[in-house]
Design a binder for this molecule. Structure first.
Ligand code: ADP
Length: 499
């Protein structure tokens, strides 16, 4: 039987999974690695830790299984996106710690670009909103602050890459310096129309082109791992950024098909087909993947707080013991008794984009109890998702028929039912909730030509449960009216400019 290795390089841990051809997980190993917070808002990782934990879990996953490296057909990589690594092209030595996507230290550089009037320039070329989140300002920062780095870069001695690139470089003992289009498009340096690094952007930001990796289709032959890794060289045939991998793993292959991953935050992605859509509603346009010459685009909306609201109920309020308690507590009451929570702990993301907003709770009465708070919390996660999905429909004109779901909080049946009720479409939960790793395996299978087409890949996706909308229309409208009043109230207390 053929086997496939998926490397899932997450933000806090690395995982290696071996899949069989049916998409069943044969073995899985996971290990966390250290995070560094040198100042408030700064987040770093050591690239050496990223590689060593990944090679460790790959060896562990192989050892746990009954197969040998020879049985592995090919390898796929999925990874935390935007995180920026610079290394010595010859020795492979990292020239600084990785600046993680969450790191806000380059916010002043992004603010300056906005002040100088470059918002539309970047939006039109890259599909992104100018922000410190993306790699561009992180590279600028490193080139300008690490002594000697810019001179070295101009001499062609420096390589830049996101985590996929760095892993491929290390896995191949320095032979591969590449990335795929889904990762390249999150750097804020890549033109999603010409599908190449954008020279005007590179000139504006003074980033030497020589440091950039070669960009390939997501499903393609990137090179082979060195036999120092697992004792056998394995072809790397698929690479996808984590959210795009989840969209692929959810088999959202047709325009209008969408998924939401309910983790710490929530990420909604919708396939928009072969044309990028410029959002007018605060969403990002990304390349979803490229297979052969065929490029597929996606709209993306990020919700900053989802599962972390449940953690807050547990750790700060102490009204639940564990996340899964919330389902029974929400079902123990008929409704939230008028309580509305807008969980803007770190501002509000798409489609509101107000970084000054803070959380609000409205509608408290003497009768409000902890079950009402729990229910209002779960409803708020579904409501924020509703707002993003509606914006996607407005931007794309595409009506979705279902929403596919994954991530830790998608296990909550109450939340999934509310989601179906508010969107008024069925919500589908797959059997395999490891959709990110599944996506890496599937894209590698495509790149290896093991799967002949997407119809073949589709047969691997299996439904666990469908949640069918069952809320009366007038109740739905009444609830959404009250939800939007609560959001308006929150935004009116914390206006955008912070004034
Ligand atoms: P991440 O990948 O962002 O670390 P996960 O996909 O592992 O997140 O999901 C973990 C999150 O899901 C946590 O924030 C947790 O509070 C939430 N969560 C897990 N199980 C449930 C549940 N049954 N109901 C609601 N939230 C849950």
């Amino acid at each position: 039987m053929p086997y496939f290795l998926a490397l899932d390089a997450g933000t806090t841990s690395n995982r290696a999974l071996i899949f069989n051809e049916k998409g069943e997980i044969v073995s899985l190993a996971q290990r966390e690695f250290p995070q560094y917070f040198p100042k408030p808002g700064w987040v770093e990782q050591n690239p050496i830790d990223i590689y060593s934990t990944m090679s460790g879990v790959a060896a562990e996953a192989l050892a746990q299984s009954s197969i040998t490296a020879k049985d592995i057909h090919c390898l796929g990589i999925t990874n935390q996106r935007e995180t920026t690594i610079l290394w010595d092209r010859k020795t492979g030595e990292p020239l600084a710690n990785a600046l993680v996507w969450q790191c806000r230290r380059t916010a002043p550089l992004a603010d300056q670009l906005k002040k100088d009037g470059y918002v539309d320039f970047f939006h039109e070329k890259t599909g992104l909103i100018v922000d410190a989140y993306f790699s561009a300002t992180k590279i600028q920062y490193l080139l300008d602050t690490v002594p000697g780095l810019r001179a070295k870069a101009e001499k062609g001695q420096v390589a830049f890459g996101t985590v996929d690139s760095y892993l491929m470089y290390r896995l191949s003992d320095g032979k591969i310096h590449k990335t795929d289009v889904s990762n390249a498009c999150r750097t804020m340096l890549f033109n999603i129309h010409t599908m190449d690094w954008d020279q005007e952007i590179l000139d504006l930001l003074k980033i030497p082109r020589e440091i950039l990796p070669e960009v390939q289709a997501s499903a393609s032959f990137f090179g082979e791992t060195s036999s120092n890794f697992l004792g056998q060289s394995i072809p790397i045939t698929g690479v996808l950024g984590d959210q795009q991998a989840a969209l692929f793993g959810q088999a959202c292959f047709a325009p209008g098909e969408a998924k939401n991953t309910y983790g710490t935050g929530a990420f909604v992605l919708m396939n928009t087909g072969d044309t990028p859509i410029q959002s007018k509603n605060g969403l990002l346009s990304s390349v979803a993947w490229q297979i052969g010459d065929q490029v597929t685009y996606a709209l993306e909306g990020s919700i900053f707080v989802a599962g972390s609201l449940i953690q807050w109920l547990r750790d700060q309020l102490g009204i639940i013991e564990k996340a899964s308690d919330t389902e029974a507590m929400a079902l123990a009451v008929e409704d939230s008794n008028g309580v509305m929570i807008v969980p803007a702990f770190t501002g509000l993301g798409a489609p509101y984009w107000n970084s000054y907003a803070q959380g609000t709770i409205t509608g408290l009465s003497r009768g409000a109890n902890k079950n009402h708070l729990v229910r209002a919390s779960l409803e708020s996660i579904a409501s924020l998702t509703y707002d993003v999905v509606k914006s996607m429909q407005k931007d794309s004109g595409l009506k979705r028929k279902v929403l596919k779901v994954d991530g830790g909080a998608s296990r909550n049946n109450f939340l999934m039912q509310v989601q179906a009720d508010l969107l008024n479409i069925p919500v589908l939960r797959p059997k395999c909730t490891e959709t990110t790793a599944l996506g890496a395996f599937l894209i590698a299978g495509m790149g290896f030509h093991y799967f002949k087409d997407l119809d073949h890949v589709k047969t691997i996706w299996q439904e666990d449960r469908m949640f069918t909308p069952s809320m009366e229309e007038n109740r739905r409208q009444d609830y959404l009216g009250r939800w939007h009043k609560a959001v308006d109230h929150c935004l009116s207390i914390y206006p955008k400019g912070g004034e």
